[in-house]
Design a protein. Sequence first.
Lengths: 497, 497
Amino acid sequence: MPFHAHNAATGETLPGEFHDASPAAIDAACRAAADVAPAFAVLAPERRAALLEAIADALEKAGDALLDRAGLETGLPRARLEGERARTQGQLRQFAALVREGSWVDARIDTALPDRKPAPRPDLRRMLRGIGPVAVFGASNFPLAFSVAGGDSASALAAGNPVIVKAHPAHPGTSDITAEAVRTAVAASGLPAGIFGMVHGASPEVSLALVRHPAVAAVGFTGSLRAGRALYDAAAARPEPIPVFAEMGSINPVFVLPGALAARGVAIAEGLVGSFTLGVGQFCTKPGVVFGVASEAWTTFCAAVAERARAVAKGAMLHEGIARAFAEGCARLEGVEWLADGPARVARVDAATYRARPELGHEIFGPYTLLVTVESAAGLAALAEALEGQLTATVHGSEDDFSGTAAAELLAVLPRKVGRIVCNGFPTGVEVAPAMTHGGPYPACTDARFTAVGTGAILRWARPVSFQGFPDALLPDALKQANPLGILRLVDGRLVR
Amino acid sequence: MPFHAHNAATGETLPGEFHDASPAAIDAACRAAADVAPAFAVLAPERRAALLEAIADALEKAGDALLDRAGLETGLPRARLEGERARTQGQLRQFAALVREGSWVDARIDTALPDRKPAPRPDLRRMLRGIGPVAVFGASNFPLAFSVAGGDSASALAAGNPVIVKAHPAHPGTSDITAEAVRTAVAASGLPAGIFGMVHGASPEVSLALVRHPAVAAVGFTGSLRAGRALYDAAAARPEPIPVFAEMGSINPVFVLPGALAARGVAIAEGLVGSFTLGVGQFCTKPGVVFGVASEAWTTFCAAVAERARAVAKGAMLHEGIARAFAEGCARLEGVEWLADGPARVARVDAATYRARPELGHEIFGPYTLLVTVESAAGLAALAEALEGQLTATVHGSEDDFSGTAAAELLAVLPRKVGRIVCNGFPTGVEVAPAMTHGGPYPACTDARFTAVGTGAILRWARPVSFQGFPDALLPDALKQANPLGILRLVDGRLVR
């Protein structure tokens, strides 16, 4: 059964026919990756860095064709797509710099102590190396930055792993153009084609076959809880289970403390509406619930949110499935007061209702947020404690707020619940930076020990290997006595270059 | 149904009656851990370090009572137990030093760029913190170093997590004495009892209930593939899946290259017998298969292994179940030539037979090894390629060997198969050191990205949390601008203290 891409704004069918990859095609892509994996894992860092930069350059060369098609398939405006392409290139170049510098392999050397009693200590050296072929699942909401050449692919390649991408069926044409750019870069870098593969698929069978393939060593995914959990379960049920990093979204709670509400409630309301409607609310970090303490200032704040939300124009959603899920998700909510129900929606409930209805704590992907009126600031920490795992939480507070008990209690709870806490800001706009954590306790993601964004993302796809008693000539360069790569290494407990 | 400990040497029942923990007792231990987890996660590093040292001291104070009972329950000789206690204390002190020094939290700071275009960059800071209560499963073969106060517990506590130990039913008395020592140390450190809990259990239900408890955030296990996989599966099937680090053993292949065989075959034979019979062959890193190239030197080597193995005296195995599994495992092997079949067993097959019978590649826990006669050195890499994941692999080679193609091909394969490669040594004797990797691809363990031994073991139980736009006073000490802990931090891409 062929499938087609659709114009996100009009629904019309776009040129191009796509097909679920056959089992043979999936097998071929995985085998090709497995064949080249050993050599790619030990390729000189400089060549891996150059490949990542070549991919970044190729995305530029893909030019208008890429941005035009992405615009049609996703409904995202041109400026956003230009920014997203720049972000994607920036990610690739950040990983190139990381790989070129080289210290990310966390080299550790414990030199021999031949005279130690009761037994001599052998020379022991370890470093990180690639885990093996990584299956990457493109996300619908970032057709470039979290898709074919996005952060998962960039970090997996950086660690020395071939990548097999499952293109998102909502933007297959964009995926094809990107894949062609990557293939060109791989070939121009003199590397074998097996380093990068891509398969199409609109049915779950393609995804499951990829995750179950014996050559696949790890999985990266960004998308819904339902799909992410299905891949996680399939990976865990394999004869040889493999790690899955699935980022599955979040409601990204916002806590507005009384002092902040009084001092700058309207400004926060404005920022909030900007954040929850950004990209038509289709970000994993969209603030989906806002807690504030019943007061005149809260009433004013709610009115300001409602007023600004009602002024938001209709934007095209990424695809019909998301638009439908959004409409249905909002329609299902019972017992809430709708403050805005145009293109952007704002509902309000009291805390007792919120607590009694777990469905109010589930993500509704799209331009919607829920305002929860809390009896007193003292109740905020308990509401935080009841949250599921989140990508982010946000606290707005004044100096006065932060010197009080309620804020202290809240701030003590949040680090256990989330990957990133934002103070007096908004959670959308995820910096690609070493200090970023884009992850968090389940169901935000399947393994809170890792991040999907920032240089730390490479650690998802690498594992340590130790070399004991090796002649220097047989060691990888990163572990040779003379440190030919000039990287930082922990030698006998001291970090030296 | 009560259960009892047995004298490993005589089989007689030892004093003391033990009971499977009731569901209520398991729940109570887990809840107690959850209650204290938030405060323990942010306890000053110095106090966590002091706790680990207090536990090390308490193990000393447990004195003869601990070593006597461990000797009875495990059959391990006194000197080994003294050494193992020292190792256990050394591990605790190594983690204490790591926590006191503090840089393990991998603090990263990206300072704000308020003037950046198109959008300002916020101040972003991240660090590692404890993942939450860790369930630790004691191993039968290390009643101290991989049990109640062993490496998993030490690393989990070091990261700031409460621990709930499931005592191994083969040494429940040893576990009780150790647990009492830990409890004393916790109390003497002025910390709440919930930081450390222990439950007994001889039936899988206790283990599964512990892994399924909602308060448990991660699992550490050392033992059999069957039990480890059962815990992994239970953890993956939870409503909120949690990470499991299960170290499940290995056959630890040894490759003896022709030059080494010719130059020092008898010395290698001696070392091999010492290694595979050490601790009555009851180590996860016991070399269980040895590949050598058909030649006169190999024939001599095999004879030397057999002769020395026949001279090995009978040792008590850890418990009746292991002794029975060992006897049955050896009895099931068909088509092998027994070169030694006393207390220590040596079998031999040709490579064709080895390849045809996958069961020959499965671990037999105990003093047994299999010698595999290979047609030519060129065949070694293919045999390595066919291996399952391993904790270790060992290569014996001369300078000549290592300048040849066969060795190069073999050494290219091994890093993909194992956690640690030993050159001209033996895999038993796992150093507790920063550069150690005790782990490896499945089925050696369930997540090759981590190690169970060495300071890196702490990373199994920690996750990153980012703080964005925070006032300095609200940040954890590790992230404060003035760096009050004096740790190494990555600030705007540069590592500074």
